[in-house]
Design a protein. Sequence first.
Length: 431
Amino acid sequence: MIYKELLNKEKKLAVIGLGYVGLPIALAFAKKIKVIGFDISRERVEMLKNKIDPSRELDASEFENTDIEFTANAEDLKKAHFFIVTVPTPIDEHNLPDLTPLYKASETVGKALKPGDYVVYESTVYPGATEEDCVPILEKYSGLKFCKDFKVGYSPERINPGDKNHTLATIKKVVSGCDNEALDNIAQTYELVVEAGIFKAASIKTAEAAKVIENTQRDVNIALMNELSLIFNRMGINTYDVLEAAGTKWNFLKFYPGLVGGHCIGVDPYYLSFKAKEFGYYPQIIDSGRFVNDSMGRYVAKQTAKRLLQKGINLLEANILIMGITFKENVADIRNSKVIDIYYELTSYNIKNIDIVDYFADKDEVKHEYGIEMDDEIGKNYDAIIVAVNHEKYANLTESYFKSIGTDKVLIVDVKGIYRKTIKNLDYWSL
């Protein structure tokens, strides 16, 4: 059994893709067995060799006592027999699945595949992608036959960036395999690093579907909160006050309005919707939820502009500060951040004086990704201050602080409602 060969360090496990998902998995396994960590970015690999996590999620101590070889050389993968693929699965500019990274990873693994090897995919996909899209690539480049010569499984990643409580070890792991033998081996292998236990899914497609609906469910519920925010804003009611009151009932689901970006909740529903349409069903709730959530950044900007105009402030001369540009709190990841929608919508009003700060985000990454220059320090005399991300360091900012950097008429736009009980004398608005 390959599980025993891995445990006895007779064979190696390889992780393909060392981002916020792949790196924790690689390091966790490397404390138990021999691991090859592969990434196409040589710069990233060099940082990892120096015990630096480019995603700034893991400390250098996490690299200690690990049996791992970091490499950007695909030839090194030929030394492995159990492959875990954790590459990104984004969407394109038309909100359609972009499986290019997954296809390329499958090609790379296929060239290293040998009889008796295992391949497990963790990347989020639509049901059927592993067997219908990835397996043919593995067969093509290996010359081997699926199930007969090599085994395949799917185990959806559940890593939550910035969350130190819900980790690989503490979250129950869903696993699946192409047959019972594969399922048992894959389950036993993951049991080495997952303390919370293993759930064996009925099939690979079932496991794929389970992953994609986890985030779709959250997306739809947040969309409802965002729609309620649109309604309550017209009524002059604070949405967070309403949710606090409603939340006193035992079975009320506690979701909140906000910007839905990143590479999970803001992406996964599009994968399910895409596949559903192949089967002749056009999702109503899922697509509607996506529409609502994708519009919230622009809505925040429009409300900001409207309130500035009501104050008699010339938008062409307005000074605006945006605090936070990452896709969620307490992470450095800026990919698919919906804060950018706020910025672009404001610029559409010819507002030119917009400062952006974020102590987590990397200035060079922001410049490369969005063509925007971040500011090193917060200035003065802002007409509007938009707190777009509820980073820990922003949580305790006081009304006097906002007064010190704002004009007499400063507008505080609190996207996540974190100051609603502390700001009393300034013009204040939140979702």
